[in-house]
Design a protein around this ligand. Structure first.
Ligand SMILES: Nc1ncnc2c1ncn2[C@@H]1O[C@H](COP(=O)(O)OP(=O)(O)OP(=O)(O)O)[C@@H](O)[C@H]1O
Length: 304
């Protein structure tokens, strides 16, 4: 029999007084999938992650975690929202030992060393957390989650405060976990992180799902995108852009300009430029396909 979905949510609604934080949310996350939650401030991401961690209960709808109704005392789920809970006066190693003791888990101290090594904190294992940067705390929170050997890992903005090397490190950890079958649900405002990490994304706006599915599907559904275009002959290129069907000059009229087009029209423009002996030196979306879709979908929702 196939393993159950790590998350199966149907019609989840959650209100805080008059505020509808989640409004009929459906979500499927398969084992081994890294699933990104994205949406403007107040869209409901943290509320949804909190439900996955059983920190709160939905008002309506059904939520199954690892095949069982949410809210039951669950093994196999770990993570944090609003930053990891840590003891500042204890060292990194002591924090993890305290956590294991609290959970009543009988795991070897080597598991603590392994978790610290996995997130790149071995060198500061015996330093007090009080002196840790935001990025180091995030990594320690991830180490704490790893100790639980989760089959579902839930993370709110895990890249917060991480430098580029730290981020790559954390991405590596999450990729390896997913490779071993752990489902990861994370929120982020960083589209580039989500594009690098996630197979699927869910876009929330004012508590509703406006898109859920593979990133490739999102790109395919995109309308016209803006691209930066730099060529060997800007004057000639500008004239060719003006005469190209389905392509508009959208950006400042400079040597590097912005053209707006659907992918087929853009392909056609590149071929025209080449035929006319104009070399394309740079052609890249001004914003990533995910960001463009995010802006379009959330604008549309806001304008309902
Ligand atoms: N405990 C609470 N009490 C009252 N309102 C709340 C509570 N938690 C969340 N809300 C409200 O629910 C809505 C969704 O908030 P949530 O924190 O889930 O959004 P978010 O997408 O995580 O936002 P952000 O990107 O700013 O973190 C917001 O309007 C927020 O003010």
């Amino acid at each position: 029999m196939d393993a159950p979905l790590a998350v199966r949510a149907r019609g989840i609604t959650k209100c805080f007084g008059d505020v509808v934080a989640l409004d009929g949310v459906d979500l499927d996350v398969a084992p081994g999938q890294i699933h990104g939650l994205v949406g403007p401030n107040g869209a409901g991401k943290t509320t949804l992650l909190g439900l996955l961690l059983s920190l709160a209960v939905a008002d309506e709808g059904t939520l199954e975690i690892l095949g069982a109704p949410a809210g039951r005392p669950l093994g196999g789920v770990a993570g944090f929202v609003d930053g990891p809970g840590l003891y500042p006066s204890l060292t990194a190693r002591q924090n993890l030992a305290a956590l294991l003791a609290l959970r009543g888990r009988d795991r070897k101290t080597s598991a603590i060393d392994d978790a610290l090594g996995e997130v790149g904190l071995t060198d500061v294992a015996d330093d007090r957390v009080r002196g840790f940067s935001l990025g180091m705390r995030q990594r320690l929170g991830l180490a704490a989650a790893l100790l639980a050997e989760p089959r579902l890992l839930v993370l709110d903005e895990p890249a917060n405060g991480l430098d580029p090397a730290g981020k790559q490190h954390v991405h590596g950890v999450l990729g390896r976990l997913a490779g071993r079958g752990t489902a990861v649900v994370l929120s982020s405002h960083r589209m580039d992180d989500l594009e690098a990490l996630c197979a699927e994304v869910t876009i929330l706006a004012t508590g509703r799902v406006v898109f859920t599915g593979p990133l490739a599907k999102l790109s395919a559904e995109n309308g016209e995108l803006d691209y930066r275009l730099r060529t060997s002959d800007p004057d000639r290129a500008r004239a060719l852009v003006a005469g190209a069907p389905g392509v508009r000059l959208a950006g400042p009229d400079a040597d590097v300009f912005v053209v707006r087009a659907l992918t087929p029209a853009l392909d056609d423009l590149v071929l025209r430029l080449a035929r006319e002996g104009v070399a394309v030196r740079e052609l890249a979306p001004v914003v990533s396909p995910l960001e463009a879709a995010f802006l379009a979908l959330t604008d549309r929702e806001a304008g309902r």
